[in-house]
Design a protein around this ligand. Structure first.
Ligand SMILES: [Zn+2]
Length: 391
């Protein structure tokens, strides 16, 4: 329904609610006529009939007269203003509602929540935060929603410690559902610790992250990084290989460090074994390329080429094709050098403009990995792209 028609309906509902309330109170017609507020309603109706909605709205707000039936209608009016981008009007409706002494405490909490959302839309985050912090401590049916909104503010402001505190209370109230999100928030805290060279603090955050979501692949990736920086290669392998059981889609993000650790500790054979297992469970281009590299390093280029060709038949990919051309350029067949170079140039150009990561929730894609989707703001929905153009 277009906004205009909806607005008309809401205003008619306000009028009907008002008249119904009057009838309920069994007031005399004479009294109604003598009451200046009732005149406002008829003036408003007149504006409405003449399609002068702005004037109608102003008049109805002025005549704001509440009974329990009209609160819902005024809330609908507020949210309609907000949707139309007229947040100042929405704020005014909600502030006027709040000033009414006839509101029940539950209605008051509901209106405060809507007002806080208006403040968020208007960018008045301090005001919204103060109201929501208060609402999230009150034992009302809107406590969870108030906490959720407060959490949005802290996440937007990257106030991770405060975000953790709110989510912990949601975790206590609502349980497991908040586990993965909490784990991501502890990962953010761990990253902050690492930026301040506090590895011990980061380890503590990661332990809590695992206790909230044992399948948090991101926590494993950060732990792998810490272990690598501390020279503990066996622990690097333990942390990063866990990802194949937690969420195999993140395996490509772990391979660079696993490769470095296997070189440093001279354990390439074990690394190749792990890659082979990954390949048979969840074929991915990144794994194929890592195995090809190992074959090249062991100076078995012919076998590397054969292996890569075979894999590409089963799972074609641009990156794989590029690697195959690379191999052929080392030892090109007579007359093929120019066309191979041209082909590689084309593929490189294609890869340059391709996105590497995609959100499974909203479809957002980009060339940079985000743990929280910049579009739908969900945690852990973005993964490396798979298939012909991906990993
Ligand atoms: Zn998204």
């Amino acid at each position: 329904m277009p906004d205009f028609a909806l607005l008309g309906l809401i205003l008619i509902a306000i009028l009907a609610g008002y008249l119904f309330g009057r009838a309920e109170k069994k007031k005399q017609l004479v009294q109604v006529q003598q009451n200046p507020i009732s005149k406002e309603y008829f003036v408003g109706l007149n504006y409405l009939l003449n399609e002068q909605t702005d004037e109608a709205i102003e008049t109805f707000i002025k005549a704001l007269d509440l009974n329990s039936d009209t609160v819902d209608t005024y809330l609908a009016l507020g949210s309609l203003f907000c949707r139309r981008g007229e947040v100042e009007k929405s704020i005014r409706v909600h502030q006027d509602l709040l000033a009414r002494p006839s509101l029940t405490s539950e209605q008051s909490v509901r209106v405060q929540l809507e007002l806080a959302k208006d403040y968020m839309t208007a960018g008045l985050l301090d005001r919204a935060e103060a109201m929501l912090a208060d609402l999230s401590r009150q034992n009302s049916p809107f406590r969870t929603e108030a906490s959720e909104q407060l959490l949005k503010i802290y996440e937007q402001e990257r106030e991770w410690q405060q975000a953790v505190e709110v989510t912990e209370s949601l975790f206590r109230l609502k349980g497991e559902y908040y586990g993965p999100r909490l784990a991501h928030l502890y990962c953010e805290l761990a990253e902050n610790c690492l930026n301040n060279n506090d590895r011990a603090g980061a380890r503590r955050c990661l332990r809590t992250a695992f206790s909230r979501d044992r399948d948090c692949a991101r926590a494993s990736l950060i732990l792998g990084r810490i272990e690598y920086e501390e020279g503990r290669d066996r622990e690097v392998v333990r942390a990063l290989q866990k990802i194949s059981r937690q969420d195999y889609r993140y395996i490509p993000l772990s391979l660079d460090l696993l490769n470095k650790a296997s070189h440093r500790s001279n354990s390439k054979k074990a690394y190749a074994g792990y890659l082979s297992r990954c390949l048979s469970d969840h074929p991915a281009t990144a794994v194929v390329l890592a195995l090809t590299d190992i074959l090249i390093e062991s100076r078995d280029e012919d076998f590397a080429q054969e292996f890569l060709t075979e894999q590409l038949r089963g799972n074609p990919s641009l990156k794989g094709l590029n690697a195959l051309i690379d191999l052929q350029l080392h030892n090109p067949a007579e007359g093929s050098l120019t066309s191979l170079r041209l082909l590689q140039e084309v593929i490189n150009k294609m890869l340059e403009v391709k996105d590497a990561y995609k959100c499974n929730g909203c479809g957002f894609s980009g060339r940079k990995m985000h743990w929280r989707c910049p579009r739908c703001l969900d945690w852990g929905t973005i993964t490396p792209l798979q298939g012909v153009e991906g990993e």
